[in-house]
Design a binder for this molecule. Structure first.
Ligand SMILES: Nc1nc2c(ncn2[C@@H]2O[C@H](COP(=O)(O)OP(=O)(O)OP(=O)(O)O)[C@@H](O)[C@H]2O)c(=O)[nH]1
Ligand SMILES: [Mg+2]
Length: 454
């Protein structure tokens, strides 16, 4: 089957944006805050399964709809109905001159199966929009009104509802191409199901497929975050002085930053967004925009995390001794020496820490504040990407404004797991199996905390 949807509406109501969001593609057509961005018909398909497609056709927006409706009612077209009038109009001089853009959309009305009429719900239902609905009705095709820009409540919502009901258009869909909700998209597909019942199963397949893809994407995102967290927590840099020398501190920070930027890039790629969709660089201020850096003290403060002096207070030696005292009572240096010397098996991973105690070697590891901040930032981005429409034109600035997660609870829940990872420096170079208990535990906790954001 191929079900053909024609996307029409007044100029600048978000027609191209709607298609971009449905496609999960930011490169379809031209989207602009200025009216008249789409000048030509553009068609694209969503594959449902082999040989089954949903065709979406983008059109230039209507501009002078009132004048167009007057012409429709004028002598030469008045007596013509449906395809007859549409064809006659598109063959008339009007279609070459004043109504060139409108004619492109009207021509497509003849061949499409369903019309998606995109409305900017922030606007009152003025006469020009009502005339558009009247023009569209002449084609006798099923119409689904899309109340776009619905992320914020509109004072005109009820009047639109009433106007549409008067025209027997009860099954409208609330949508927002920027703040994307899968449930809205599902309602759009369900409206299609009710209009073309013989395609019910095919559209159901599409909904299922989309739902599964969204779930899978979220699981992959959490999986990537878990792996990055284990990598970060298990990372240790050996140095021979504490506080560390400048070059050691630099190397440490560079590694942490590169783990973070790799993760953020992976998340962007997973959700099919571009680098430009996120603003975050190590520079505090760039191009006049506030940029956050994982190591900036202000960043920690902004996210509500308290750290001793800076994010990098965590010399591993402190954390490691914590673990040691929980596991065995520290005896004299002789005892320590004996443990190392004997190659104490179950304590293998403490060996480095013990050695550092004796030889004045230190290990820098990411401290709790850094690990918490890293987790909060990645969860915030994941939550945002989950609901970011592909038509969004503004970059997302990673900051604390929308975070609903309590960093204290997050730290409390996750720090015992980070401590485990901290004792396994080899995990920095490994990918643990999916069934590894630590990986599963971190993943479950991240899923739980992410729910508070959505
Ligand atoms: N906040 C928000 N912005 C939107 C939404 N839909 C579109 N926009 C913005 O509105 C502007 C117009 O979007 P377009 O998709 O170009 O609109 P259009 O109807 O295709 O415009 P023409 O082709 O000129 O008729 C762009 O700046 C979009 O980013 C929405 O649902 N919410
Ligand atoms: Mg457009």
């Amino acid at each position: 089957m191929s079900l053909s949807l024609l996307v029409v509406g007044h100029a600048n109501t978000g027609k191209t944006s709607l298609i971009r969001t449905l496609l999960r593609r930011h490169d379809f057509g031209t989207v602009s805050p200025k009216a008249g961005a789409t000048r030509h018909i553009e068609r694209v398909q969503i594959e449902i399964s082999a040989g089954q497609f949903l065709t979406l056709t983008d059109t230039p927006g209507f501009e002078d709809s009132m004048a167009l409706w007057e012409i429709r009612q004028s002598g030469e077209f008045q007596s013509l109905q449906g395809a007859q009038w549409l064809t006659a109009f598109c063959d008339s001089p009007y279609a070459q001159q004043a109504f060139e853009q409108e004619a492109k959309a009207l021509k497509q009305l003849v061949s499409c199966d369903i019309v998606l009429y995109v409305i900017d719900v922030r606007q009152a239902p003025l006469g020009k929009y009502l005339d558009e609905l009247s023009i569209l009705a002449t084609a006798s095709k099923p119409i689904i009104p899309i109340l776009n820009f619905s992320a914020h409540s509109s004072p005109h919502y009820d009047s639109w509802k009433q106007i549409l009901a008067q025209r027997h258009l009860h099954a409208f869909v609330k949508y927002d191409s920027v703040a994307f909700y899968f449930e809205d998209e599902k309602r759009l597909y369900q409206s299609l199901q009710s209009l073309v019942p013989d395609q019910y199963d095919t559209i159901e397949k599409l909904i299922k497929h989309r739902e599964e893809a969204a779930q899978q994407r979220l699981q992959l995102a959490l999986g990537q975050l878990t792996e990055s967290l284990i990598k970060l927590a298990s990372w240790r840099l050996e140095c021979d002085a504490y506080p560390p020398k400048v070059e050691d501190a630099k190397q440490f920070e560079t590694t942490v930053r590169s783990i973070e930027s790799q993760l953020l890039n992976n998340l962007l790629a997973l959700y099919e967004f571009r680098h430009e969709d996120l603003q975050t660089t190590p520079m505090p201020i760039q191009n006049g925009h506030w940029q956050q850096d994982i190591f900036a003290k202000e960043t920690l403060k902004e996210w509500g995390i308290e750290a001793g002096t800076s994010a990098m207070t965590g010399a591993a030696i402190g954390a490691s001794i914590d673990v040691l005292s929980a596991g065995l009572s520290l005896g004299t240096a002789t005892t320590l020496g004996a443990i190392i010397g004997a190659g104490w098996k179950t304590g293998q991973h403490y060996k480095d820490t013990l050695k550092s105690k004796l030889t004045n070697q230190h290990f820098l590891t990411a401290d709790t504040a850094t690990l918490t901040l890293f987790t909060l930032r990645a969860l915030t981005l994941t939550s945002h990407l989950n609901q970011r429409g592909h038509a969004t034109q503004q970059a997302f600035i990673l900051n604390n404004k929308e975070s609903e997660i309590s960093h204290k609870t997050l730290t409390k829940d996750l720090s015992p797991l980070w401590k485990q990872a901290q004792q396994h420096p080899a995990w920095f170079h490994q990918v643990l199996p999916e069934t590894h208990p630590l990986k599963e535990a971190i993943n479950d906790l991240l899923k739980h905390h992410l729910k508070q954001l959505t």
